[in-house]
Design a protein around this ligand. Structure first.
Ligand SMILES: *[C@@H]1O[C@H](CO)[C@@H](O)[C@H](O)[C@H]1NC(C)=O
Length: 408
């Protein structure tokens, strides 16, 4: 130490130091000792905690507390265990498809449920026509009255082998309905033309002789299948087959039928026949459709003896089946929701869940279990595990064809 010459000596320096008593006072009466103690504890605690897993986890994103050179093998393993890398196996990046010739159809959201109205499920109404011009206007009156929302209904017709003006009358009626400005027009309408070559005439006698039944039913099956395969689109949940010669039916029929939630459902089909008896006009309520039935032992035994290609028809003395006919049951005055299971059905009015058709259940134009067309359809649907039901008390009124039901 350099001391100034003469000015400051040891004695003067000592005089300026605090007296030993002042030092003692400073140490004991101020908080200096407390501060030292607290600082010591903190340093000890810090050193104790640093290096524990908890401390490393808390700060792991800043890296380890030590340089890797200073870490022991155990410390390195501990540190690395916090850095597991995620692995993607068989990763495929999404592809982008821009080609306009590639179409994607997702059938998964298309369901057929009791909540059809809420789900806005789409209904396709299919009607095969042949020499049907006298009935078309009535048909459209009834269609217009349907209460199911028309913007969720598509119409499709097959016109084939007609010699009358069916096509023109149909086209004009469609134009009339579809150009209305109210809620009546349907979402879309399609006319399919296809001639199959006339097999028999359409007159009642010609149509209903037994010999004509096989070829006639096969031809009808073909017409239905052509119409179905042309008109059924991915968006359809329900297919409603409705013949043109229905005279009257409840306007809520689609909702009523959907409420049953059945794969295949048909009503009873009756007709009015007015006759004069003793000067009074009497309404005879006739039973029309003998194609809706429950299979019998006799029917099964008979089928087992027949050639595979024979098509059975109901109500003819040639073949006795003893089947139980829905036409002979029921009454429109009783509970309309009563259900019975069926093995054969008629085609006047059928509601089908579209997936039944999509699964390949259609109208055989050949003998399937000795049945064709709608009866073959019912047999095929049941064989595939679908439920086929009839409503004996729910009546759809057919026109009176002035015929006896077969020879029954
Ligand atoms: C598809 O089109 C988009 C937009 O034009 C474009 O960015 C993309 O590269 C195209 N993808 C392919 C696979 O061509």
């Amino acid at each position: 130490m350099l001391l100034p010459k003469g000015g400051v000596n040891w004695k003067s320096a000592k005089a300026r130091l605090p007296p030993s008593r002042a030092v003692w006072y400073f140490l004991t009466r101020t908080r200096f000792l407390l501060f030292v103690a607290v600082a010591g504890i903190i340093i000890l605690l810090w050193r104790g905690l640093s290096g524990t897993a908890g401390e490393m986890q808390k700060f792991y994103c800043w890296g380890p507390a030590k340089s890797p050179m200073d870490m022991s093998a155990n410390e390195q393993a501990q540190w690395n265990s916090h850095l597991q890398t995620p692995v993607i196996f068989n990763h495929h990046a999404p592809v982008e498809i821009n080609s306009t010739t590639i179409q994607r159809v997702d059938l998964n959201p298309i369901v057929s449920t009791r909540k059809a109205l809420a789900n806005e499920e789409r209904v396709l109404i299919l009607t095969p026509l042949r020499d049907a011009s006298p009935y078309i206007e009535q048909h459209f009156d009834l269609l217009s009255g349907l209460t199911y929302p028309h913007h969720q209904i598509d119409l499709a017709f097959l016109v084939g082998d007609s010699t009358d003006d069916t096509l023109a009358v149909l086209a004009m009626e469609l134009e009339r309905v579809q150009t209305r400005t109210d809620q009546i027009p349907f979402n879309s309408a399609m006319i399919v033309e296809k001639d199959f070559g006339v097999i028999v005439g359409q007159s009642v006698e010609e149509r209903h002789g037994f010999a004509a039944q096989g070829p006639r039913r096969k031809a009808m099956g073909k017409a239905r299948n052509y119409l179905l395969s042309t008109a059924l689109k991915a968006e359809h949940s329900w297919v409603y087959w409705r013949d043109v010669d229905i005279k009257d039916s409840p306007s809520k029929i689609i909702e009523d039928f959907i409420a049953h939630d059945r794969d295949v459902l048909v009503p009873n089909v009756w007709f009015h026949r007015y006759k004069e008896e003793n000067g009074k006009l009497v309404d005879i309520e006739g039973r029309f459709d003998y194609n809706s039935w429950q299979e019998s032992e006799t029917g099964l035994k008979l089928a087992s003896t027949l050639d595979k290609d024979v098509v059975l028809a109901e109500g003819y003395k040639e073949y006795k089946t003893d089947r139980t006919y829905m036409a002979k049951m029921g009454d429109w005055r009783n509970n309309k929701d009563d259900e019975i299971p069926l093995d054969g059905i008629g085609g006047v009015n059928i509601l089908v869940k579209a997936d039944v058709h999509r699964s390949g259940i259609n109208f055989p134009c050949y003998a399937f279990e000795n049945q064709a067309e709608t009866e073959g359809f019912a047999k095929m649907a049941k064989r595939a595990g679908y439920g086929v039901y009839g409503l004996p008390n729910y009546v759809v009124w057919h026109i009176d064809t002035e015929e006896k039901p077969g020879n029954a």
